[in-house]
Every structure is written in structure tokens, then in C-alpha cells.
Design a protein around this ligand. Structure first.
Ligand code: 5GP
Length: 201
């Protein structure tokens, strides 16, 4: 019953993924967030090894060549990918959250059919636009690219196992939804084979 899960959380930039995931950690100690590698520059306040492992394109391409990423993609002109080794190591102890976009999520789905895929959405396109421009961390050009990607991501909704709408003021609820989804998923009969073995001990 203790089989830990690989949990993918995707959602458009501005859907509140970061905040919701932080809340999950406040509410539960059964999760670990995988730190991705990226070629994008750190935003103010972001830290190496905490938010991302920042690297050059050459370094990232080396990781790909050496088969050291679980999945990767090029998003808005930068590479993003999940370092492989740490994920498997951590799964022995905790559920591992991958906060990744849709291309990466689809790679995980085909390689690890047991992974649970959750899509976090803002209440509306209008609200998403407002949040992205309000955040002020990107140029209008990048924001427009991210908005276009959001529409693209919505097209993959059916490929996800769960959809959570992150309403305004709904951070707590969204985090609790993630925790209860994982709790229920762990109780799926197919994941509980050892219960039967124990029954006859
Ligand atoms: P940001 O630049 O805003 O930190 O992230 C941009 C997008 O890249 C987000 O949708 C985020 O979920 C995604 N992302 C972050 N790390 C990874 C990763 O390792 N793999 C993939 N496929 N996407 C990632």
C-alpha cells in the first residue's frame, strides 16, 4: 500500500501551480518536488538547485545525450527537463511531484503509465491574461507566447487523469484536492496487491 506515486502537475503559466504546490507541502510531508533543469535565466529571487538547475544549452544537450533526463521539452525558446536519477531515488520515500508542461507530461504518460496526471487551470482565459500581465516578470512578447501555449495545453485536457480549477482564493482547496487525489489513487485495487499477500500471512 506504500507504493509512492509519480504525480505530474501541469497548468498554464499563471495557473498558480507554484503557489498550490507550496500549499501541498505545508499540508503534507508525503511529497517531494523534483527540481528541473532549464536553460532559461533565473528570475529575481530564484535560487540554483531550489527553483531550477540553471545551465547553458550545451550543458543541457549533454544531459539529453547521456540519457540523464526523464523527459524534456523546448518551451518558449528554452529547454526544460526532469533529471532522472533523483526521481527514482526519492520515490522510495515519497510521492514525487513533477511540475512540468504538457509535452513533458505526455512523455511521462507514455513511459510511466502508472503516473497520475493532474491539470491545474485558471478559472478563465481572461483571468489568466490578467494574472500574467499583473505578475510583471515577463515581457509582453513572452506573455503572449505563454498565453498561446495555454490554449495549446487546454487541447490536451482529455489526456490528463484529473482537472482542478484554481479559483480565486482557492489555493487551499486546490492543494487539498491534490492530496486527496493521491490518497485515493494509492487505494486503487491494482496498486494494492500486497494487501492480498498479507491477508494470507
Ligand atoms: P517557468 O519558466 O515559468 O518556470 O516554467 C515554464 C513552464 O515550464 C511551466 O509550464 C513549467 O511547468 C514547465 N517546466 C518546468 N520544468 C519542467 C521540466 O522539467 N520539464 C517540462 N517538460 N516542463 C517543465
Amino acid at each position: 500500500m506504500k507504493q509512492n506515486l509519480l504525480v505530474v502537475i501541469s497548468g498554464p503559466a499563471g495557473s498558480g501551480k507554484g503557489t498550490v504546490i507550496k500549499k501541498v507541502f505545508e499540508k503534507s510531508d508525503e511529497f517531494h518536488l523534483s527540481v528541473s533543469a532549464t536553460t532559461r535565466l533565473p528570475r529575481p529571487g530564484e535560487k540554483e538547485g531550489v527553483n531550477y538547475f540553471y545551465m547553458t544549452r550545451e550543458q543541457f544537450e549533454e544531459l539529453i545525450k547521456d540519457g540523464k533526463v526523464l523527459e524534456y521539452t523546448e518551451y518558449c525558446g528554452n529547454y526544460y527537463g526532469t533529471p532522472k536519477e533523483k526521481v527514482f531515488e526519492t520515490l522510495k520515500e515519497k510521492n514525487v511531484l513533477l511540475e512540468i508542461e504538457v509535452e513533458g507530461a505526455m512523455q511521462i504518460k507514455s513511459r510511466f503509465p502508472d503516473a497520475v496526471l493532474i491539470l491545474l487551470l485558471p478559472p478563465s482565459y481572461k483571468e489568466l491574461r490578467k494574472r500574467l500581465y499583473g505578475r510583471g516578470t515577463e515581457t509582453p512578447e513572452v506573455i503572449e507566447k505563454r498565453l498561446a501555449h495555454a490554449e495549446y495545453e487546454l487541447g490536451f485536457m482529455d489526456k490528463y487523469d484529473y482537472v482542478i480549477v484554481n479559483k480565486d482564493g482557492g489555493i487551499d482547496e486546490a492543494a487539498e484536492d491534490i492530496i486527496s487525489i493521491v490518497k485515493s489513487e494509492k487505494k486503487r485495487a491494482k496498486r494494492c496487491t500486497e494487501v492480498k499477500d498479507k491477508f494470507y500471512e
